[in-house]
Write a protein that binds this ligand. Structure first.
Ligand code: GDP
Ligand code: IMO
Ligand code: MG
Length: 427
């Protein structure tokens, strides 16, 4: 196996950063291929916590190649701030270990502005975006009016194209939303300066990855968000604007799909979601509050409280199937310690219909009633467990049952935020 694709199998924040950091030791290249600074991937190493938004979670391992590929929506301000932030903390980051695609679409100030204004415009129908300009940037990409990193590096081209685009965006900002337009010259100057600082990292990352593969290098693809937020396969329209699943890899990197080998899903032992949209197993009650508090369920990017609820076996089985995962990592099992009883969503009911398979065709999942199966909880703290034998029998039974319910075995269980809090598992 020379490549491994890692996907979130819920609605994001499954612990992908932690898992990627842990796996990165065994890979040569770690690649972000979609999404942007809407992602917040937390890596804990000793007493240090790193929140990564655009830079792959392999950056903390010296000697690895970290690639921000063409499918990423790149906010140069966040990217450069992240580079500086890491350097200040003693992490070496330069063109030898960080590579940025010239094809990545650039998130400009107007994208962020319009993201926020569009949410206000939608009112009760808002998506609850992260406000990072993701939808407007990918929208411009599809409309063929976006600027790419390569365009930014050519001052004349950038000026001409930005002038044309901003004229329309300013009309939208001013005439539809009644807000102050952006100053064209100021924007051109600002992004021109940023371009010079991006330049050392920029290369043809597609060619880089293809050559690496042919040279026998090992490549780890780091998904952002989760399969249930995939623009095609998730809970549309309450999704993000990219293919978070496997389809995002070849298009987002130029790495041929026939070279992709295994996929690994990541899911929490319960479930969370940030922003609006259906969440069948949500516990908008004391239990949800407890999971949020014990699991520190507050957004890594926006600080918003995450909605929390029970594990949804239908959604995870669907996500693992779409991503082609042959095994998955169960994270945050430690958060469930102390509960008398655990519940798992095993079927949905809508009127007289009962679904045991995730009903991807249903336009509105908001109305489903969930049928739960109960499992006994355990009382002891399990954060020190390092092998399956260290876990109480109830925790082992829960892992086994979830593997069976989603029809894909659990290969690793995570019982704490730090690197070492992970145990191998043959369920
Ligand atoms: P990502 O977006 O999928 O990378 O996940 P986030 O970093 O946004 O959120 C996951 C949070 O859970 C982070 O604060 C992690 O440090 C933390 N975390 C990861 N795995 C575990 C675990 O097994 N147990 C606990 N208690 N926390 C974990
Ligand atoms: P990571 O990689 C959780 C959610 C937002 C919103 C929807 C659309 O850390 O798992 P967007 O800003 O993308 O247009 O927002 O998607 N969302 C995430 N939720 N984790 C993320 O990333 C997310 N990225 C976007 O909350 O509901
Ligand atoms: Mg996150």
């Amino acid at each position: 196996m020379t490549s491994l694709s890692v996907f979130g199998a819920q609605w994001g924040d499954e612990g992908k950063g932690k898992v990627i950091d842990r796996l990165a030791a065994d890979y040569d290249y770690i690649v972000r291929y979609q999404g942007g600074a809407n992602a917040g991937h937390t890596v804990v190493v000793g007493d240090q916590t790193y929140a990564l938004h655009l830079i792959p979670s392999g950056i903390l391992h010296p000697g690895k190649h970290n690639v921000v590929a063409g499918g990423v929506a790149l906010d140069p301000i966040t990217f450069l701030a992240e580079v500086e932030g890491l350097r200040k903390r003693g992490i070496a980051v330069d063109h030898t270990n960080l590579h940025l695609s010239s094809n990545a679409h650039v998130i400009f100030e107007h994208h962020k502005r319009i993201d926020a204004l569009a949410e206000v415009w939608k009112g009760a129908g808002r998506i609850g975006t992260t406000g990072r300009g993701i939808g407007p940037c990918y929208g411009d990409k599809a409309a063929r009016i976006g600027l790419r990193v390569g365009d930014l590096l050519d001052p004349e081209r950038c000026k001409t194209r930005l002038r044309a685009v901003l004229a329309e965006k300013n009309a939208l900002i001013e005439k539809v939303h009644g807000e102050q337009p952006l100053d064209l010259d100021e924007q051109i100057q600002r992004y021109h300066e940023l371009a010079d600082r991006l330049r050392p990292f920029v290369c043809d990352t597609g060619a880089l990855l293809r050559h690496a593969h042919l040279a026998g290098k090992r490549i780890l693809f780091e998904g952002a968000q989760g399969l249930m937020l995939d623009i095609d396969h998730g809970t549309y329209p309450f999704v993000t604007s990219s293919n978070t699943g496997p389809g995002g890899i070849p298009s987002g990197t130029g790495f041929p799909p026939v070279w992709l080998s295994e996929s690994l899903g990541i899911a929490k032992a319960y479930c969370t979601r940030v922003g609006e949209g259906p969440f069948p197993t949500e516990q908008d009650n004391e239990l949800g509050e407890l999971l949020r508090r014990v699991g520190h369920e507050f957004g890594t990017t926006t600080g918003r409280p995450r909605r929390a609820g029970w594990f949804d076996a239908l959604a995870v089985r669907y996500a693992l199937a779409v991503s082609g995962s042959t095994s998955w990592v169960m994270t945050k099992l430690d958060v469930l310690s102390g509960l008398d009883e655990l519940q798992v969503g095993v079927a949905y009911r809508v009127g007289t219909e009962r679904y045991e398979e995730y009903p991807a065709h249903l336009a509105d999942l908001g109305q489903v009633e969930v049928e739960y199966r109960s499992f006994p909880g355990w009382k002891q703290d399990i954060t020190g467990a390092r092998s399956m034998g260290d876990l109480p029998p109830e925790a082992r039974a829960y892992i086994q049952a979830l593997g069976e319910l989603v029809e894909v075995p659990v290969s690793l269980v995570s019982v704490g935020p730090e690197r070492s809090a992970m145990l191998p598992c043959q369920s």
